[in-house]
Design a protein around this ligand. Structure first.
Ligand SMILES: Nc1ncnc2c1ncn2[C@@H]1O[C@H](COP(=O)(O)OP(=O)(O)OP(=O)(O)O)[C@@H](O)[C@H]1O
Ligand SMILES: [Mg+2]
Length: 244
């Protein structure tokens, strides 16, 4: 079953086609990597999928729900981790998660408390739960945002540049969690600049360039496309420079 369907998805900013008729079907349980150079349209696509930016045209179907027609059903299926998240610095980590739970309509309950405890444990933030967010390091803030995106147990995780700013240990932790999530049947759609990250964690990737999908497949398939040496970086540079 396709968990994510993008149909002719388009975003035009004052004449600039930031996203240009993007079509993608992504199966349940996949970790899908969205690759492309700066300004290619990755963040714009993800923000439209999260329902925070209105498309100029096309459709977004999440777990069978059309985001334009039944926005609350569609959004309930999604956890969104933006590239520049907003956090309330004067809350503690625990208070922030409780606040996010309220936004998702989850009332205070022992099961919610248990869920929050487990998430903090998973992201190695338990010791910091009572500390103000302003005292967190960049990587800790990022991990807290990931906790907050999982609180309502979404089927789909949308993640914009998850590894930026994480140290090797934090990056490993996040990669392991992503793998656990997909083996549990969750679907992940993540943007990244890093071919290495894509190879390590993504089952399939698409490359976007100037708003259009120019390649799609497993990293193995793209490697074969790259030719003899199978250098993905060369393929990426070749594909993304051909149009220039
Ligand atoms: N609010 C906006 N108004 C006008 N143009 C915008 C706006 N947001 C993005 N753009 C333009 O749309 C294009 C796609 O931007 P987007 O942020 O989606 O790229 P990206 O692939 O996420 O890049 P990066 O790798 O740098 O994060 C760029 O040309 C950008 O300048
Ligand atoms: Mg971006």
């Amino acid at each position: 079953m396709d968990m994510i369907q993008l149909i002719d998805l388009t975003k035009i900013y004052r004449g600039l086609k930031a996203v240009d008729r993007v079509n993608l079907d992504i199966e349940k349980g996949l970790c899908f990597g969205f690759l492309g150079p700066n300004g290619a349209g990755k963040t714009t696509t993800i923000r439209m999928m999260a329902g925070v930016l209105k498309p100029t045209g096309g459709r977004i179907i999440l777990n069978g729900h059309d985001l334009a027609k039944v926005p609350s059903e569609a959004k309930q299926c999604v956890g969104f981790i933006p590239d520049r998240p907003f956090l309330y610095e004067k809350l503690t980590g625990l208070e922030f998660l409780q606040f996010v739970a309220v936004l998702y309509g989850l009332g205070p309950s022992p099961s919610l408390e248990g869920e929050i405890r487990e998430l903090l444990e998973l992201f190695e933030l338990s010791a910091w739960r009572e500390e103000l967010i302003e005292s967190y390091s960049h990587g800790m803030k990022q991990r807290l945002v990931m906790c907050s995106a999982l609180i309502h147990r979404p089927q789909i995780l949308l993640v914009d540049e998850p590894m930026v700013g994480l140290d090797p240990k934090g990056a490993r932790l996040v990669k392991d969690i992503f793998r656990d999530q997909t083996s549990g049947g969750k679907t992940i759609f993540m943007s990244t600049h890093s071919l290495q990250v894509a190879e390590e964690v993504c089952d399939e990737v698409a490359i976007i360039q100037e708003g259009r999908i120019i390649a799609r497949g497993t990293t193995g398939e793209l490697r074969r496309q790259a030719g003899m040496d199978g250098n993905l970086e060369d393929l990426f540079l070749r594909l993304t420079q051909e149009g220039d």
